[in-house]
Design a protein around this ligand. Structure first.
Ligand code: UDP
Length: 461
């Protein structure tokens, strides 16, 4: 009987087409493509709508169908990831017409097509897609690619303002928020922008339209964010699914926008187990030359082997590789490797990596937890501030650099994690999360079960 139900389910999925629309930024593309692959492996047919900006190489995904839409950005140099909210707000305006048109054409053959479109899955940042979907009476699932804890804090920004915590005042930065433990005022996830009113508008539209969606998914897992999962279900009142870590269901990730330098792995092969500090600040974070110098000397003074990703654009106003401080290369001779972009997931799983010094982007945090690698956290903006605080204070699987980027604190943090007893305890906790995370995607695990419920939810439309 159960077998028959299973067969009927697969048959039902084979007759369904899902439309996905990723936000064109690396940290959003990766989980969206992973989700698309998982749903495809479960029998759904996948159709991806994509902007020209940071466009995907569709030859890598012959099993999906692609539709590119104009985004109005190409001829305008002003837009870049330097002010990400201005970029996102512009995309939310520019894409409405082209997106509606392409969706209308996909839906127009629903009557005759053997695979009718049954729902739209879009990032919660694409708030305009809710109204478009409503007009077509098409259910929309919102996919938030951050942690639940940071999403809840973004949701509470109006309250933080009402309580007088915002705008942040220097005298209050270390103050703990009684209503939102373990956050300090300095961790409130504000996003710097040349247009703060655009940030507020983008966030409030995102929240409002997410509440109107037919479901909400997160790339996280229950053992990590159980309380937050309960809270979000209560506050948003829509079916919510914690189905991560998505990259652990199927092997391989092809969605990198930059070429990953494999020489990093060969270099790691020659290093002692758990000796290397892996340093990367993701695809958007920027620093100035003074901060770069502090990072470089913090690494050099720790005397540990290191692998440092210095992507073009990491240092403000320099698209080319950053200029390292005088004397740095001589000081670290023979114990470092620097690349422009690395195969991060593979690298974190390498036995030589002992610590990940990260900007606390959610994908990086989750990828590190998956491999049981303790973190040093240097959040730059937005959700990174909250992720970092949770790593340091709640999950206790890393340490946050509280003074920003300062060479003395960097050197001490590296030594704490690699050479002291406290570091061993942190590593043990990180390893125990690793076990839980692996279990979560097995057949009896919470994420696997939640993914099954999500699939049933889609089939119910
Ligand atoms: N990443 C990578 N190579 C690198 C650095 C990062 O492939 O050298 C990937 C990383 O594995 C992660 C994504 O880029 O999946 C970064 O996402 P995250 O949410 O951590 O940060 P963001 O770039 O969005 O700030």
């Amino acid at each position: 009987m159960e077998d028959q139900v299973g067969k009927a389910k697969i048959q039902a999925k084979k007759g369904r087409r899902l439309v996905l629309f990723p936000v064109p930024l690396q940290g959003h593309i990766n989980p969206k493509i992973q989700l698309a692959n998982i749903l495809h492996s479960k029998g759904f047919s996948i159709c991806i709508i994509h902007t020209r900006f940071n466009s995907l190489d569709h030859s890598k995904y012959p099993h999906f169908s692609f539709h590119f839409i104009p985004d109005g950005l190409l001829e305008n140099d002003e837009f870049s990831t330097s002010d990400v909210t201005v970029l996102l707000r512009q995309l939310n305006v520019n894409c409405v017409g082209p997106f509606r048109e392409i969706l209308a054409s996909l839906l127009s053959d629903n009557e005759t097509h053997e695979l009718p479109v049954s729902c739209l899955i879009t990032d919660s940042i694409w708030h305009f897609t809710q109204d478009v979907a409503d007009n077509f009476k098409l259910p929309r699932i919102a996919f938030r690619t951050t942690s639940i804890c940071s999403f809840l804090d973004f949701h509470s920004l109006p309250l933080f303002r009402q309580k007088g915590y915002l705008p942040k005042q220097d005298s209050q930065l270390e103050l703990r928020l009684r209503e939102f433990p373990p956050l300090k005022v300095k961790d409130i996830p504000v996003i710097k922008s040349r247009s703060p009113e655009i940030v507020d508008r983008l966030l409030s539209c995102m929240m409002e339209r997410t509440k109107a969606a037919s479901g909400l998914i997160f790339n996280t897992f229950k053992d990590l964010e159980e309380n937050e999962l309960i809270k979000i279900s209560q506050e948003f009142c829509i079916p919510t699914f914690a189905i991560g870590p998505l990259h652990k269901y199927l092997p391989g990730s092809l969605s990198s926008l930059l070429k990953q330098d494999q020489s990093a792995i060969f270099w790691l092969d020659k290093q002692a187990p758990k000796s290397v500090i892996y340093v990367s600040f993701g695809s958007i974070a920027e620093m100035d030359e003074t901060q770069l110098s502090e990072v470089a000397w913090g690494i050099a003074n720790s005397m540990q082997p290191f692998l440092w990703v210095i992507r073009p654009g990491l240092v403000q106003n320099s698209q080319e590789i950053a200029r390292l401080p005088n004397g740095f290369l001589e000081a670290v001779e023979g114990r470092g490797c620097m690349v422009k972009w690395a195969p991060q997931q593979e690298l974190l799983a390498h036995p030589a990596v002992g610590v990940f010094w990260t900007h606390s982007g959610w994908n990086s945090t989750l990828e590190s937890i998956c491999e049981g690698v303790p973190m040093i956290c240097s959040p730059f903006f937005g959700d990174q501030m909250v992720n970092s605080r949770f790593v340091n204070d709640v999950w206790k699987i890393g340490v946050q650099l509280e003074k920003g980027l300062e060479r003395g604190e960097i050197e001490r943090a590296i030594k704490r994690l690699l050479a002291e007893k406290e570091g061993e305890e942190i590593r043990d906790r990180a390893m125990s999360f690793r076990e839980k995370i692996y279990f979560s995607v097995t057949e009896c695990g919470s994420s696997f079960q939640s993914l099954e419920s999500f699939v049933d939810h889609i089939l119910s439309f």
